[in-house]
Design a protein around this ligand. Structure first.
Ligand code: BGC
Length: 733
């Protein structure tokens, strides 16, 4: 007991010390900023709020004059150091630059696109990917990434669905926190970490018709319930910065949205970091039509709470004058500059503004980083169909036809925003297969057609290759630029003539495996119906081919699950599992229900879905209490057993439904998940805790509360299957 007490005391003392010392550092930083601010001219202050993009030649004199606070898109330790030297040694106050870059899913070693990383349902892996990306980026002179993108995307037409965690808010929160922690590590001053930037604030993914940059018009309830929580989670995880979005919400573009950038972000959430605009989004308000000219744009953005203006230069042109003639208060400018300088201090840039250029040689694309890329890529693959256990392929087949425009492609699997990744460093599927071959299997490779365009496909060659093979593997999908920014699509099928190619190969009668590479959910009803084996591999990045070969030949058993619903047709979009029930749910077979005349309402593949080379059984659903009071917790659990012949991963998913609320509630909501590995025959009991966090929502008065009533739960392998139970929540005394 005494020993325990001593141990406890020591731990408490250490914690107190750490708290005091971090408060002291915070205090010291604030004091330094105060001293610095006192020396700064108004021009230098606005300079800190100004960001320009490389190449730097056109604004090098502004850097020298201390009139630029940050830059973007400059990489290479020596190049960055040279520019930093000008800021630090030649400008009057020597304030270092902060250098940003879109490090979205890897820097030089490219990992799966964020949607694909999310398909791992493994926050630890996602965090590690961000950690490695930060090590590589920081070695190359990058201090700050414009990531994670935490926009919820319920519409697969929207190209930027590839950059985030998909359709679910709970998942979005978990992944936002994991990525922020991965980028920022334990402390920002560590030279191997970079500052994170949660973006794009807010509701950018709710663009009408899935068209990028388009108008958003949603209720405050939907904003708070669906779109904001991942931002809050990223900020709670310590995100140093935030980027506002291009879109308007209900008539107010985000760059001029005081409600978002000040009322919610500063007053409600007490966010201490700085806000950067999106690329030219400040002056784009002129096109939106809520300001008349660049001066008005600058004033509105600054007033709303944009601290740093990316690229468009309206602050640089007009704010100095506006402050001097009393149009804009200098105290407000001081606050904004303080936030920017704070992040620079936290990053340690004042103590050591330069990057150790030796790190670049050992860090970028190291064997270790590639190994991790291969592992996370294999984990991201989702097995959508596997009839007659056609997969995994045997390693002693005589020959394989490898067909399709993505089979020997080293560029497109890099995906959107591939940063400093290089096509010549990417392992294609063809190469991955060759690396796997041990028993002399012949590979008949035929490209067959282009990814896009209506050019006649080379069907004859494809048929010849298939006829002479034991199996045909068709590698098809989207090019890297068909998703990501400005990558919205009005059609969601395979582009170009790829489906014709697959149909022709299928008609030869040879067993066909389809490997999909894409940046979004695709509508592939014919493939789903006819092709016996389908793998969803997203855009996997540098180790793409090796990871796909690992899965196809059974060295890795796939265990990824979909982070977004796959539609039957584009007309089902926006499509998401956690929709409302409506007054006429599609449970009876009558005409007057919420449904389509011409197709089912259900998705082709639901959220959370994915198969394995083994099978799992869920049993023994337990709910620790039939009733809890508001504020209390209960435990729910199941036993999961691997009932097949090989080791495999299952993602155990917990969904909840609040049957009746003061406002309507979704039919299901993800509230917990665990990816587990089980040996053949092995069982594990998996428990989740259910309490305030899992049961709260915004009530009729927008208060975040738990309401009494009946709740249903499901624990299962995806959003449509699972063991079902219920419990009651009652008022406290
Ligand atoms: C994108 C941002 C990105 C920025 C800087 C913009 O066009 O919307 O996501 O961070 O460019 O590259």
């Amino acid at each position: 007991m005494i020993q325990y007490f001593r141990f406890y005391t020591i731990i408490t003392v250490i914690f107190c010390f750490l708290n005091i010392s971090s408060a002291q550092t915070d205090r010291a930083i604030e004091d330094k900023i105060t001293t610095l601010l006192a020396k700064m001219t108004i021009e230098e202050k606005i300079g800190q709020m100004t960001q320009f993009s490389a190449p730097v030649d056109s604004f090098i004199d502004l850097i020298r004059a201390g009139l630029v606070g940050s830059i973007l898109n400059l990489t290479g330790a020596e190049r960055v150091n040279a520019i930093q030297k000008i800021a630090v040694e030649e400008s009057r106050l020597g304030i270092p630059l902060i250098n940003g870059r879109d490090v979205i899913h890897g820097f030089r070693t490219i990992f799966p696109i964020p949607l694909g990383e999310t398909a791992t349902w493994s926050p630890d892996f996602v965090k590690e990917a961000a950690r490695i990306a930060a090590r590589e980026a920081s070695a190359s002179g990058v201090h700050w990434t414009f990531a994670p993108m935490v926009d919820i995307a319920r519409d697969a037409r929207w190209g930027r669905i590839s950059e985030g965690a998909g359709e679910d808010t709970y998942m979005g929160k978990i992944m936002a926190a994991a990525r922020v922690k991965g980028f920022q590590g334990e402390k920002l001053s560590d030279p191997e970490t970079i500052a994170a930037c949660v973006k794009h604030f807010a509701a950018y993914g709710a663009a009408e018709a899935g068209k990028d940059y388009n108008t958003v018009d949603i209720s405050e309830r939907t904003l708070r319930e669906v779109y904001l929580p991942p931002f809050k989670a990223g900020i709670d995880a310590g995100a140093a910065t935030l980027m506002c979005s291009f879109n308007e919400i209900s008539g107010v573009p985000s760059s001029g949205n005081k409600f978002l950038l000040t009322d919610i972000l500063r007053s409600e959430w007490a966010f201490k970091g700085f806000v950067v605009s999106d690329w030219q989004s400040v002056t784009e308000m002129i096109n939106h039509g809520n300001v008349a000219d660049t001066l008005e744009a600058a004033l509105l953005a600054a007033e709303a709470g944009v601290d740093t203006e990316m690229v468009s230069g309206s602050y640089n042109k007009f704010l100095v004058q506006a402050v001097k003639n009393g149009q804009f208060p200098e105290e407000k400018i001081n606050e904004m500059v303080r936030r920017i300088l704070r992040v620079k201090f936290q990053l340690g840039l004042f103590d050591n503004p330069y990057t150790d250029s030796n790190r670049e040689k050992t860090e970028l694309l190291s064997d270790q980083n590639r190994r991790f890329a291969r592992e996370i890529s294999a984990k991201a693959i989702v097995l959508l169909k596997n009839e007659n256990e056609i997969l995994p392929l045997k390693k002693n087949l005589k020959s394989i036809a490898l067909i399709g425009p993505l089979a020997d492609n080293q560029l497109d699997p890099l995906g959107c925003w591939f940063c400093n990744g290089r096509a010549d460093e990417l392992v294609s599927v063809l190469q991955g297969f060759k690396n796997k071959i041990v028993y002399g299997t012949k590979i008949n490779y035929v490209k067959g057609c282009e990814i896009k365009g209506e050019e006649e496909p080379d069907l004859q060659e494809a048929v010849k290759a298939a006829m002479n093979a034991d199996v045909a593997v068709c590698v098809v999908g989207e090019s890297f630029d068909m998703s990501g920014e400005a990558g919205s699509r009005a059609r969601l099928g395979l582009p170009g003539r790829q489906l014709d190619l697959i149909k022709t190969v299928y008609e030869t009668g040879v067993p066909v495996v389809v490997v999909l590479m894409n940046g979004r959910p695709l509508a592939i009803p014919w493939i789903a119906e006819n092709i016996p084996a389908i793998l969803e591999t997203w855009h996997l990045g540098t180790e793409c081919g090796n990871a796909i070969a690992d899965v196809i030949f059974g060295d890795v058993n796939p265990g990824g699950k979909l982070p977004a619903s796959f539609p039957r047709a584009v007309g089902q979009e926006p499509l998401y599992y956690n929709h409302k029930n409506t007054g006429r749910p599609p449970v009876q077979k009558t005409r007057f229900i919420t449904r389509y005349y011409d197709m089912p309402v259900e998705p082709l593949f639901p959220f959370g879905y994915g198969l394995s080379y083994t099978t799992f059984e869920f049993s023994d659903l337990q709910i620790s209490k039939p009733e809890i009071k508001i504020g209390e917790e209960l435990k729910v659990g199941v036993v999961v057993k691997n009932t097949g012949m090989v080791k495999g991963d299952e993602v155990v998913q917990l969904y909840i439904r609040d049957l009746k609320g003061s406002v309507t509630r979704p039919v299901k909501e993800l509230r917990g998940f665990k990816r587990i590995t089980l040996e053949p025959g092995e069982s594990k009991k998996i428990d989740f805790t259910v309490g305030k966090n899992e049961l709260s929502f915004y009530d009729i008065n927008l208060n975040y509360v738990v309401e009494p009533g009946e709740f249903h739960i499901w624990i299962g392998p995806n959003s449509t299957e699972g063991l079902h139970g219920r419990f009651q929540v009652v008022k406290g005394q």
